[in-house]
Design a protein around this ligand. Sequence first.
Ligand code: NAP
Length: 314
Amino acid sequence: MQIKIPFAGQVSNEEQAEWLHAINAVAKQFTLVPLSTISAASRKQTEVAVVANPDPDTFNELPQLKWIQSLWAGVEGLLGAKLNPDIAVVRLADPQMAQTMAEAVLAWTLFLHRKMPQYTQQQSDGIWHQLTLTTPQQCNVSVFGLGKLGSAAAQRLRQNNFTVRGWSSSKKSIHGVETFHGAGGFDEILQHTNIAVILLPMTSNTRALFNTQSLSKLPVDASIINFARGPIIVESDLLASLNSNHIKHAVLDVFDHEPLPADHPFWQHPSVTVLPHISAPTTVSTAATIASHNIDQYLCHGTIPQAIDRKRGY
Ligand code: NAP
């Protein structure tokens, strides 16, 4: 009989069924089942679980838990959940997600570069006016965060002839991309940015990184794309920068509170594009293959995949 691995998540029944089906279709050594169907005795012996936004109390029921495979790329919710520091957290690192994100970054960079917000406004005002067209080379796009998603996005932008810079915590080398790192590099890259693409993880160091002070270091008329997590930008500071016409436009996929509250000023703001957290949804089929492979490897060889650094927060 195959070993049963629990799935713990606060997701809809349909989503849960989709994940169980997809993972069980490729799992070799185990069967993924809802945690609720596992007996109290078996829970006490469970060493690995698959999670998607789990209830933090779940982990109290699994005293032998060694690691969890998250089906999400961001882990700040899990780390805020008072998770025992000995439990290794493996997040979803899916090359397909990186490509999906790179496509979104390219799409919305082109949206800004080809002045679509201005033409939409002109149409609603009945104005026929041709704005000056610049080349992608003349457009400085800076990618903040050069991890799995940011490095794929930077490369896709390069392939489309944008002038690309990137910023990370440690020094990076990406062909055709000028890179900056650390606090010193932050101020420098801001000065050379027409479009800022935020792909940083949400940590104590990145929370409120984009605030009045840092936004003021961007050139006048710079735009922002935030596809990472809402609290990395101070929403009220961004609004003030937009209202003073320092920042030209913001494309926001993530917010302090999601769904974005109905009375939030971003909804009606002419210089804000609101997206409902859609820039890089998980592709269930590829994610299921990665998650089941990781668990099969553990069951066969005892190897736990690379986990996030709990101190660093990503
Ligand atoms: P990742 O592989 O962990 O990469 C994170 C990058 O950010 C690394 O380059 C890291 O630098 C850099 N970084 C972290 N803290 C920093 C700091 N304080 N200063 C400078 N650089 C810092 O993460 P990822 O897979 O690319 O994902 C990034 C984020 O995207 C996720 O955490 C998630 O929140 C978000 N996301 C959003 C969606 C969506 O649909 N909107 C979908 C998936 C993911 P080093 O390389 O030097 O460590």
